[in-house]
Design a protein around this ligand. Sequence first.
Ligand SMILES: C=CC1=C(C)c2cc3[nH]c(cc4nc(cc5[nH]c(cc1n2)c(C)c5CCC(=O)O)C(CCC(=O)O)=C4C)c(C)c3C=C
Ligand SMILES: [Fe+2]
Ligand SMILES: [Fe+2]
Length: 330
Amino acid sequence: MGVAAEQGRIGVLLINLGTPDAPEAGAVRRYLKEFLSDPRVVEIPQLIWQPILRGLVLTTRPAKSAHAYQQVWRPDGSPLAAFTRGQAAALADAFGPGVIVDHAMRYGSPAIADRVRALKDAGCDRILLAPLYPQYCAATTATANDAAFAALGALRWQPAVRTLPPYYDDPAYIAALRAGVEAGLAALDFAPQAIVASFHGMPQRTADLGDPYHRQCLETARLLGAALGRDLVTSFQSRFGRAKWLEPATDATLRGLPARGISRVAVIAPGFSVDCLETLEEVAMQGRDAFLAAGGEHFAYLPCLNDSPVGVDMLKKLLRRELEGWLAPL
Ligand SMILES: C=CC1=C(C)c2cc3[nH]c(cc4nc(cc5[nH]c(cc1n2)c(C)c5CCC(=O)O)C(CCC(=O)O)=C4C)c(C)c3C=C
Ligand SMILES: [Fe+2]
Ligand SMILES: [Fe+2]
């Protein structure tokens, strides 16, 4: 395509992780191959990792994961994709006619490179990249930005670019989480003795090498606990592979609560911008089963902010702030 006919627009690109196109082994295999081949995600030299990935992981995991995806798939697709589309749609007109809000996925579609080019072709000479991860992790935030920068590297006439910083301690994020938890608790027919805040895990080594993700999760939990006026039990889920991951693990934590006299629990996943396989299947289904099997009596999973008005308002606030100087002050 030639030079865009119109310039002077601003693009906002919401970026999330990505998800398979269908809850079937073939589609899951394609997704996992791209995801787990990212050196930002699995930090093992490719010469060693690729034979394990192709010979072992991609021959066994896709069928199991496809089965898990089938438990949560919606008529309009993967929950992660549907909620991310919902966020982009709800934000579409948030910043006026000169601002185009779009969304992309780091793995699968819509691809980041395609959406960056589309924004440029639509006349955006300024783009705000917004990886929707409250806590920074190189395996999520950095690789999303890397992919966008790689796409920019192919352009003769690059737009100016900003990136949304992590927002793990932002008062607007904590307030939105608090509102979501309070509404969720009010709708329950039991009073939980504990609230478990489950974050996605990562290898302990990644934290030791300087990734701030772990301490940003702990800070989010501390601030949210203070806002709610009660301590949260913090844990880390979705362990992958044999290395030591962040602890305590969510499944072990849930299994251990009844023995500590806690038989009524609510679980939240504040690190996930939207509900997805990891929250809806691993926590809300497997976690519930584990807790009840260990003697728990009441279990509730409270949804992520997703495309709720409270969640979208919070994103609007964060994004508007990053657009300061590009847009006239409010
Ligand atoms: C080496 C493995 C992984 C690291 C490191 C990792 C970090 C990480 N992931 C998220 C958010 C999500 N992960 C999701 C799925 C998922 N994650 C891994 C592995 C690692 N994640 C796998 C193999 C999978 C696929 C599912 C499976 O086969 O079990 C998802 C959900 C995707 C969906 O389609 O719904 C999210 C979201 C974060 C925030 C993070 C940082 C620490
Ligand atoms: Fe993950
Ligand atoms: Fe999982």
